[in-house]
Write a protein that binds this ligand. Structure first.
Ligand code: CTP
Length: 418
């Protein structure tokens, strides 16, 4: 049976000659047991009749945010109801114009409004003439969409409606179905697991207005939390101070200092099947916190020295306590000798996997939306390409899932029990 059976997918159709392939896609999804709804742009309705999609989906097609009098939806937030209803949305064909709107967050029609309100995964399958496909803004917009976690199903090469030959052909419906199948295959893969994730920086107070911190944004840990929820896991996210909203479906525990993070983790670690330490925890914290703001003019010789004491290494203590089949994953953010440090941390902290990345590499490390990581286990090292943090999270969870069933892990568990 297809992994799509029982799924709910919104198909978005935009104004391209390839709109007719959207009907084939719709039919293929229905055949696999997917419940579909279709939203079309005005331009799309010049290429193919909405009635075609209404007949295939057995549901009224959304064409406008404000349908004509007499056919209004029951409430003004119907677009949110659609977005919450769907497990995923696929825009195929996606024109250059719709892709540009999504990349900039412009929502001037029903399709873009729904797409930006989606909590489930969004896929776009571009289709346009090859010269348009090569236009620099298109590549930039696709990169932006990938960084948002949107999956781009690449266009093919071949003969185009204009008679030109080149890139820009809408991916074939079977390829689009395959991308959706791959996504839904991981949907329940962690449904019996509890995943504990640490994320973000810690802030170590010096006095009531100052702290010692670091540049971590929390994006990698939050992406891991979203991806684990998407795979059906129960997720507890212990987060240092970040500007990020809690991902839907996650239990979030907000902390400030390394000590607080350690205490929060202690409360959940025994129940976790998988623990991922993605936080950039301070290694040192001020030995004394001043209860009044430090005054420059009151400092002897106008100098300020702060005495620091080490914090607890949370990951190391988790490694010491690890039992049963628990999987422990650490991060190693390095500026030099990345792989050697990662291998050393794997052993020293008793981890099953270390995610290593270089802090000084373009597109990787703190604050950016992309990352390039190497996954280091006891018997493998795998470099993943530069990708969005959400895709990277998916790669890391794939590696964890592989470890769960592996002989190597069984052996380790036996050693622990023995
Ligand atoms: N970590 C932790 N608690 C700390 C410090 C680090 O749990 N007090 C975790 C991080 O979440 C990360 C891993 O340990 O998963 C590696 O952190 P990193 O700062 O790169 O390395 P350290 O172990 O602190 O070693 P060093 O600073 O010597 O590289």
């Amino acid at each position: 049976m297809s992994g799509l059976n029982g799924s709910k997918i919104i198909i978005g159709i935009t104004g391209s000659i390839a709109a007719y392939k959207g009907a084939i896609l719709a039919r293929e999804l229905v055949k696999r047991g997917t419940e579909i709804r279709v939203v079309m742009t005005d331009a799309a309705s010049h290429f193919i009749a909405p009635l075609t999609f209404a007949s295939i989906s057995k549901f009224p097609v959304a064409l406008n945010m404000y349908p004509p009098a007499g056919s209004e939806p029951a409430n003004g937030s119907w677009h949110i109801d659609w977005a919450l209803w769907a497990d995923a949305m696929v825009i195929a064909p996606a024109t250059a114009s719709t892709l540009a709107k999504l990349a900039t967050g412009m929502t001037d029609n029903a399709l873009t409004v729904i797409a930006t309100a989606m909590r489930g995964k969004v896929f776009v399958a571009p289709a346009m003439d090859s010269d348009m496909y090569r236009y620099p803004a298109l590549g930039r917009n696709l990169a932006t969409l990938r960084s948002f976690g949107i999956e781009v199903i690449p266009a093919g090469e071949g003969e185009l409606a204009s008679g030109l030959i080149g890139p820009g052909r809408l991916a074939e419906p079977e390829e689009i179905v395959a991308a959706l199948e791959a996504h839904f295959a991981t949907r329940h893969s962690l449904s019996s697991h509890t995943v504990l994730i640490t994320a973000g920086p810690t802030h170590e107070p010096i006095d009531p207005v100052r702290y010692i911190g670091n540049h971590s944004s929390g994006k990698m840990g939050y992406a891991l939390a979203s991806e684990a929820v998407a795979r059906g896991a129960r997720v507890i996210l212990v987060s240092g101070p970040t500007a990020l909203a809690a991902p839907a479906g996650v239990t979030i525990i907000r902390v400030t200092t390394a000590d607080e993070m350690g205490n929060a983790v202690d409360g959940y670690s025994d129940d976790a099947d998988i623990i991922i330490a993605a936080a950039a925890v301070a290694d040192f914290t001020p030995a004394h916190v001043f209860d009044q703001k430090m005054k420059r003019r009151e400092m002897p010789d106008h100098e300020m020295n702060i005495e620091l004491r080490p914090t607890r290494d949370i990951l190391r203590s988790l490694g010491q306590r690890k039992k049963g089949t628990q999987i422990l994953v650490g991060f190693a953010l390095e500026t030099a000798s990345m792989l050697d440090s990662a291998r050393a941390k794997l052993v020293e902290k008793n981890c099953d996997l270390i995610v290593a990345n270089a802090a000084n590499e373009e597109g990787a490390g703190f604050a950016v939306d992309t990352n390039r990581v190497t996954l280091v286990t006891a018997n493998s090292e795998r470099l993943l390409p530069l990708m969005s943090k959400r895709q990277c999270a998916s790669g890391i969870l794939d590696a964890i899932e592989k470890l769960i069933g592996s002989d190597q892990h069984e052996e380790l568990v036996e050693q622990r029990q023995g």
